[in-house]
Write a protein that binds this ligand. Structure first.
Ligand code: EPS
Length: 385
């Protein structure tokens, strides 16, 4: 079993995450984790914070000479912006005299419910931890999981398929080309026409003091048949993926394979016929998105998630000052206009973590060598079925 615990405020000294249960003897690369963190910071429509940060991970335990030890792995991501917040975010000092509390909750954010639930007068005590800044820790742990998956031939990539009503489903069929095209796009789409329209939409949101959301699709290739299980609700991989994706800030919907579209069709137009090519079972279509009964079926996993527009609006909606109870415009915090491309990178890494969990459930072992042995034996069994 692998698990992690993260901590850190958006403008505190750093984000910290400890990964426990990760197998030993995996050669890991700091550069690869940093590359995922860098990709998370990109995307047209990001705000000014991304010009301040250049996220990198520092590992202080669990790795020796570049190989995992099997012991807890501690990762730190420093907030460069903390130097501008030392008084306002001080751990020990009294609040500065000129401290301006945040008292007008932003509709759509955790502000109101969080302030009531935790008895805070200053909404900053909520928004610091609710901030999407914490997605850097999700990416750091996912980037580690991704290296484990790559070792066993499993790869993850995501592309944006909608921003603010501009849609595309275009993507190159060949995996490496797909990955390279997506990585070159400012909005992480493989369709130049849609890309320029999406950029216009993001500019429009910015000009209006508004924000815009969208949809991205994550694809996992190379999963063996049999990750997850049909036998109990909390072991179903589709449920685990949906839960993990919904835990990313601003995600309001998840669908797998045909998803909501399946509800409009007859069963014969949804399910994927089963064939056999003399070596293994085949599927001409992948409406199931690689998951049947909560179990991987050997086809690529295809999962989409919908992101709402970011809730900080430069032209704010009405809110209520929690001190005076007067109706006033909501607080304005520095924010992004569109973070859908960045969220797709977060999602890639979150999905990688969930797949690694399921992979290690199935091929459990304390070292990569033990895992390899189990996988080889299992692959031989599968080839006889
Ligand atoms: C983010 C960091 C935040 C925001 C954004 C994403 O930094 P700051 O609050 O200093 O500008 O830019 O977070 C939100 C949109 C949000 O609602 O919390 C990041 O690192 O991704």
């Amino acid at each position: 079993m692998i698990r992690y615990l993260s901590a850190g405020e958006s403008h505190g000294p750093e984000l910290t995450v400890i990964v426990e249960g990760f197998p030993s003897n995996l050669k890991v690369s700091k550069a690869d984790i940093d590359e995922q963190l860098r990709r998370r910071q990109l995307g047209y429509g990001r705000g000014r914070r991304m010009q301040i940060e250049s996220d990198q991970v520092e590992i202080t335990s669990g790795v020796r000479f570049g190989y995992t030890l099997g012991s807890p792995i501690t990762m730190h991501v420093v907030n460069k912006d903390f130097k501008n917040w030392t008084e306002k975010m001080s751990v020990w000092d009294a609040p500065p005299e000129n401290l301006k509390q945040v008292t007008r909750p932003r509709p759509g954010h955790a502000d109101l419910a969080g302030a009531i639930k935790y008895d805070h007068e200053d909404i900053r005590n909520v928004l610091e931890r609710a901030s999407a800044r914490n997605t850097a820790t999700m990416v750091a742990v996912g980037a580690l999981a991704r290296q484990l998956l790559a070792h066993f031939g499993i790869e993850v990539a995501a592309h944006v398929v909608e921003i603010g009503g501009v849609t595309t489903s275009k993507m190159p069929e060949e995996w490496d080309e797909f990955v390279s095209v997506i990585n070159q796009s400012q909005v992480r789409v493989a369709d130049p026409n849609a890309e320029s329209q999406m950029i216009v939409k993001i500019d429009e949101a910015k000009d209006r003091g508004d924000t815009v959301g969208g949809v991205f699709e994550v694809i996992v290739k190379g999963c063996p048949i049999g990750l997850g299980s049909h036998v109990h609700p909390d072991r179903k991989l589709d449920g685990r993926l949906a839960g993990a994706l919904m835990s990313i800030q601003a995600i309001k919907g998840v669908e797998i394979g045909l998803g909501f579209e399946a509800a409009h069709r007859f069963g014969s137009q949804v399910h994927d016929p089963i064939g056999y090519n003399g070596i293994h079972y085949t599927r001409p279509t992948n409406g199931a998105g690689g998951l049947e009964g909560g179990v991987t079926n050997g086809e690529p996993i295809v999962v989409r998630a919908a992101m709402k527009p970011i809730s900080t609006l430069y032209k704010p909606l009405n809110s209520v000052d929690m001190g005076t109870k007067a109706v006033e415009p909501a607080a304005v915090e520095r924010s992004d206009y569109c973070a859908v491309p960045a969220a797709s990178v977060v999602a890639e890494n979150v999905v990688a973590w969930v797949i690694a969990e399921a992979f290690l459930d199935k091929f459990s072992g304390d070292s990569v060598e033990q895992i390899r042995e189990w996988l080889t034996v299992y692959e031989q069994r599968v080839s006889r079925r």
